[in-house]
Each structure stands twice: as C-alpha cells, then as structure tokens.
Design a protein around this ligand. Structure first.
Ligand code: NAD
Length: 527
C-alpha cells in the first residue's frame, strides 16, 4: 500500500482551496499544502478574509489551518448562517488540534516534498490560435506539469482535478518523459464536480467520486491511495473506479448534459412567450415526470460561469478533432440556445423602453453568474450588457453583493474592445449601495438570483414604485431590497417627460420575486 503523508494542491482557486481544506480536515495525519504562483491569493488564504466566498468554507479552513475555529466569534454573519456539519455536531476543533493545512508560494520545495499532487489549475477556453474560442487552453496545466517534472520525486502520484480534455493523461506523461525519461509517475483522473456557491456541501457529500487510473499495478495502487483519503468521509460505495479516459470524459459529459437541460427549457420558454403558455408551468409538469426530474429546468438567462460554457465548447472541439462533426454541432446547439436566450432578454428590455436607451439610466442588480458566489467570470450579465451598450444609454449602474469591483471591471474589459471606451468614459459604473444603484433608474434588471433581491412583502399599489427603493431606511447591502413583484410593472417618473419606468426581471427570477420571502445571507432583521 502507498502511504500518503504530504499532499500538494497546485492552484489555490475555487477547486484547489476548498478541496484541500476538506481533505486536510478529514485526514489529520496528512499534511496538505496548497501552492499558487499568485502571491495575493496565497496571502488571502493565509489571512482573515479568504479569496473566495463559499458558505461554510471559512470555518473549515480555520479548523484545518489553525487547528481551531475559536476566532469565529468575530466572523461575518453569513458564515454563521451556513455552519458545517462538524460545527453542527458541536465540534469546533480539528480532531488532531494540529494544523495540517498550509498555503504557500514555495512551489518547487512543496512539490519536491509531496507524495501526491493534485492539479487544480485553471483550464479556460483558448482565446487565440488553433481552436480559439473552443479548445481548452492547456498553458496552466503545461506549466504546472513542467514544475512537477523538474522537482517531484519519482513515484509521486499526480491527480488531475482540473477539467481537461479526454487523453490529457497522455500529454502529462509526454511532458514528464522529456524531463525525467523512464521515471514512473502514476497519473489519476479525479475530476471535480463541485458547484460554486455549494462547494462545501458538494465536497462533504458528493453524489460520487470518480477515480480513473491506468490499468497497471502502480495505477491501481495509486487509485487505492486516493480512495483511502476520500474514505475518510465518503462511503466507499460512492467512490467509483474507472479507466482514466472515462474519468476525463465523465466531467465534460456531466456538464454538457446539465447545460443541455437549461438550453432545452430555455428553448421552450421562447415558444411559451409566443403562445401564451407559461414556462414555469411547463417546467413543473415535465420535472414531475420521474424519468426527467426537476433539476436544471428553470428557464432564465441561461448558464454562465467558468465551467459550463468552456466545457461544452471543449466537448464540441473534441468531437470535431475526432472527426465527428455531427456530434460537435449537436452540442454546439446548446451554446447557440444559451446566447439566444440572453440576446432575447436584452432585446425585450430595449423594446420595453420604447426601443431606445438614449439618455436613460439602466440598473443591473446582480453580476455574479449565480447566487452565493463572488465569481464574475463568464456571467450572463456580460452578454446582456454587450447588447445594451450598443443602444448608448446615459449610464449603466451595477450592484452585486459579493463580486469585487476589480473582478467585474476585468470582465467588462472585453466590452471596451467592442465599443471603445465603455469604462473609461464612465458609461458603466459599479456601486456598493443597491439603493444608489436604483435611484432615478429607467429600468432595473435583476440578473442574478440573489436572495436579497427577493420580494419580502406582497406588492400593493403603494409599494411597487421603484422610486421607493432609495428612500428605505438603512440603505446598505445588508438589507433586503424591497422590489416590486411584477416583472412588467410600469411606473411613472416624477418629472416630465413621463417616461415609462420598467422593472425587467430575468424569467427565472420572476418566480423568486413572487415566492415566499426567505432570509438572505445578510439578513439583519433576523440576525
Ligand atoms: P481558478 O482560476 O480559480 O484557480 C486556478 C489557480 O491556479 C489560479 O489561482 C492560478 O494562479 C493557479 N495556477 C495556474 N498555473 C499555476 C502554476 N503553474 N503553479 C501554481 N499555480 C498556478 O480556477 P478554478 O475555478 O479553481 O478551476 C480549476 C479547475 O477546476 C479548472 O479546470 C476548472 O474547469 C475545474 N473546475 C472548476 C469548478 C468551479 O466551479 N470553479 C468546478 C469543477 C471543476
């Protein structure tokens, strides 16, 4: 049996950080070090404010990193709202009370001391050259594997946690072979299925863990060593062995099928709008079919984020490279429908505003690609903005409770390319006060399903005026936003001309706004 004493995760991002923390928590005798080239990110992981927001993560990191979560008394409300299982069970102490989770930029040294290395670096879509827009950019994988080849000791187990095209194991082997010819490094494919916003829950209670290995003695031993680590908290029956290529493909296939469901219901929503059928009624009905199930059937702006769009693009590219153009165009249809949906939403907004945005202020509530994450990458909001700015509004003001201004600006930079000076001339403004964002706005578009945007009291003729928003007491993101509950409600602006004012809600959010109120992450009213 292979004994694992020291694990290193390369990439301190949304996957590397949380995965390492949970492995460390459940394997107190194993030292886990997360390394990254990004000094700022590592500094944040070591400090009080983690670089990513995930409910429950802060407590787990403190338990594994500091040996205790005692200092949580001073933590922000939202983390107390999402206690981890350990905390619920009354344990606020790492079983060993000995810190075993570390963060470092000392890549060479950490790699050299590790028995197992988790590759959790970014694999975005390639932006230039052959396959641009669809193929996976393997630069970070290549860089990390080169570091491993230079510094790892023979026999170190390499685990692909990043989402990579099928057959990446061969590429890794080829790079290693150049630097350390003839040296054996078992390679495992162990794709991560977590979703941002529920990463801790997904890691603590995964539906399944796939471990793909080569069919050799060293491959099986390596797979058993990784399975033993997971068995610290996951039932063995949920840990599935597979061949290494199947494991690679499982991840792309799972994301493609989930995204396909979203595009399927969105295609139906377009038909509903033309016919008078109600897409939420259709979705509810088909979701109750036990052969179909209710998940991922909510019509809306479509999918975004750093995974679905790039993984489906990668699948189409893979199919094409394998000489299967029909398969490629089948999955390409999922992406086409996704773009169509957000274009349709943006055009509806323009049409509701008399087909012109000239001189108007548009408010965007929510930029994150979904609620409970501060990840601004590939947000559907960007696609909506791309169309809105063509109409030359006076200003577009964005508020999101978690996304950093700098992250949103980095994403918006692509709009600068298409229209020159979007950010520099102040066309788009990012604010931290939702009431300020809404003040004197001609249209308020809720683009992320944050709980704080849900309606908290039934609409009456008195409370649906958006002009009320800035007058509410305690105008901070910590409060509920009391939004009108009707999507198309048109109110009047105080001064002439009497321009119609519109609240545009992405279709999936309309349902939320009409549903029963729930406590938002920042609810001050109930603590
Ligand atoms: P991320 O961009 O948040 O983090 C990746 C980190 O890797 C960055 O901090 C970067 O600085 C670091 N890095 C890159 N090259 C490096 C090198 N050579 N040495 C050290 N550090 C290096 O990415 P992420 O969202 O955590 O995703 C990582 C992988 O996991 C991707 O393949 C992604 O598709 C996959 N994945 C992501 C999610 C998700 O929800 N974010 C879910 C499942 C799988």
């Amino acid at each position: 049996n292979v004994r694992i004493r020291h694990i290193c995760a390369i990439g301190a991002g949304y996957v590397g950080g949380p995965t390492a923390a949970i492995i460390a928590l459940h394997n107190p005798n194993v030292k886990v070090t997360v390394i990254d080239r990004d000094e700022r990110r590592i500094k944040s992981w070591k400090g009080r404010h983690l670089p990513i927001h995930e409910p429950g993560l802060e407590r787990i990191v403190r338990l594994a990193r500091d040996g205790t979560s005692d200092s949580l008394g001073t933590m922000s409300e939202q983390h107390r709202d999402f206690p981890t299982e350990q905390a619920q069970a009354g344990s606020d102490r790492n079983p060993s009370s000995r810190p075993n989770l570390f963060f470092s930029t000392a890549c060479a040294e950490t790699i050299a001391n590790s028995d197992m290395i988790l590759l959790a670096v970014n694999t975005p879509t390639k932006m230039h050259g052959v396959g641009a827009g669809r193929a996976t950019d393997m630069a970070a994988i290549e860089g990390a594997v080169r570091d491993i080849a230079l510094h790892a000791k023979p026999g170190t187990i390499l685990v692909e946690k990043s989402t990579v095209p099928c057959k990446t194991g061969q590429l890794i082997k080829d790079i290693l072979g150049v630097y350390q010819p003839g040296v054996m490094f078992p390679i495992l494919s162990n794709p991560e299925f977590l979703s941002e916003g529920t990463a801790v829950r997904d890691l603590l209670q995964p539906d399944r863990v796939i471990i793909g290995c080569e069919s050799t003695l060293s491959g099986h031993r390596a797979a058993a060593a990784l399975a033993n680590l997971y068995a610290g908290w996951i039932p063995r029956s949920n840990i599935l062995p597979s061949n290494i290529w199947s494991a690679d493909l499982c991840k792309l296939a799972a994301n493609a099928v989930l995204a396909q469901r979203i595009s399927s219901i969105n295609s139906i929503s377009a038909i509903c709008e033309r016919t008078g059928a109600d897409v939420s009624e259709v979705a509810r009905s088909i979701g109750m079919d036990s052969r179909i199930g209710p998940q991922f059937l909510k019509a809306g702006l479509g999918f975004g984020g750093s995974c679905f769009p790039k993984d489906i693009a990668s699948l189409t590219y893979l199919a094409e490279s394998l000489g299967l153009p029909e398969v490629a165009s089948y999955w390409q249809g999922v992406l086409i429908m996704n773009d169509f949906q957000r274009d349709r939403f943006a055009r509806n907004v323009i049409s509701c505003l008399n087909n012109t945005l000239r001189g108007k202020k548009i408010t965007i509530l929510g930029y994150a690609f979904k609620k409970n994450t501060g990840d601004a990458r590939e947000s559907p909001a960007l696609g909506v903005l791309r169309i809105l700015i063509q109409e030359q509004p006076r200003t577009i003001v964005i508020f999101d409770p978690l996304c950093n201004e700098s992250d949103i600006k980095r994403e918006l930079a692509v709009l600068d390319d298409c229209r020159g000076v979007v950010q520099t001339n102040g066309l788009i403004e990012i604010v931290t006060d939702p009431y300020l964002a809404c003040a004197d706005s001609n249209a308020i578009l809720v683009l992320t399903d944050w709980d704080m945007f849900k309606n908290t009291k039934p609409a009456t003729p008195d409370n649906f005026e958006a002009t009320e928003l800035p007058q509410l007491d305690g105008a901070t993101p910590a409060n509920f936003l009391r939004l009108p509950h009707r999507v198309e409600r048109v109110t009047k602006l105080p001064s002439p001309p009497q321009t119609p004012k519109m609240i545009g809600i992405a279709p999936d959010l309309a349902e939320h706004l009409m549903s029963e109120p729930e406590c938002p992450p920042y609810c001050e009213e109930c603590g």
